[in-house]
Write a protein that binds this ligand. Structure first.
Ligand code: SF4
Ligand code: SF4
Length: 178
């Protein structure tokens, strides 16, 4: 699988991130959040494996909850404190037997109502960072794509928390080195 940690490899210098401050040119695994950081957005084609619809925290912000309409109560649940601190969201999609409440026979039963988290998956793109889900089977690290603006918009609500997480991680690493 192209996105597996086992296949992480070095890339030629890209001259820094396209969405703000330069980021590391290597694809780097991040602790805790099962994502990889890179200096560009890799090419992606969904293989419909539905892996991202199981055992995941699917963050819901107010626009997502509004979009869910009649399903907003029955198909969502409260985040725990750690999830809230990491995402900034208060609610998430409800998991039934470890799978999203909307997932049936490997397909999203309400695709047009899916939250922004699913619309941007497997990416989180902030002004400073490009993160890619390490478990996604549809990533081709050999190619680069230009869908950044839309991904940036779809990541907008989670971006401050992710940037804070990345800062804390960098500080922790600096502290360890110092
Ligand atoms: S994990 Fe990746 S390839 Fe699989 S369904 Fe989700 S987005 Fe598509
Ligand atoms: S809302 Fe649909 S796309 Fe999103 S996790 Fe649930 S089943 Fe998957």
């Amino acid at each position: 699988m192209a996105g597996d940690r086992g296949s992480i490899r070095k890339h030629e210098s890209g001259g820094g991130g396209r969405y703000g401050a330069p980021v590391n040119d290597d694809v780097e695994p991040l602790p805790q959040i099962e994502m990889l950081r890179s200096s560009y957005i890799p090419v992606f084609k969904c293989t419909m494996c539905a892996r991202c619809c199981a055992g995941k925290v699917i963050s819901l912000f107010d626009t997502d909850v509004r979009r869910l309409g009649e399903y907003a109560e029955s198909c969502t649940e409260q985040m725990d404190e750690e999830e809230m601190a990491l995402t900034g969201a208060e609610r998430k999609m409800r998991m039934v037997d470890g799978k999203c409440a909307f997932l049936k026979e490997g397909r999203c039963t309400h695709y047009d109502l899916r939250p922004d988290t699913c619309r941007r998956h497997p990416f989180i793109v902030t002004r400073r960072h490009v993160l890619t889900a390490s478990t996604c089977s549809g990533i081709d690290w050999a190619g680069r794509q230009l869908r950044g603006t839309e991904l940036l918009r779809l990541s907008m609500r989670i971006a401050p928390k992710i940037d804070a997480y990345m800062e804390a991680l960098a500080e922790e690493r600096t502290g360890r080195r110092g």
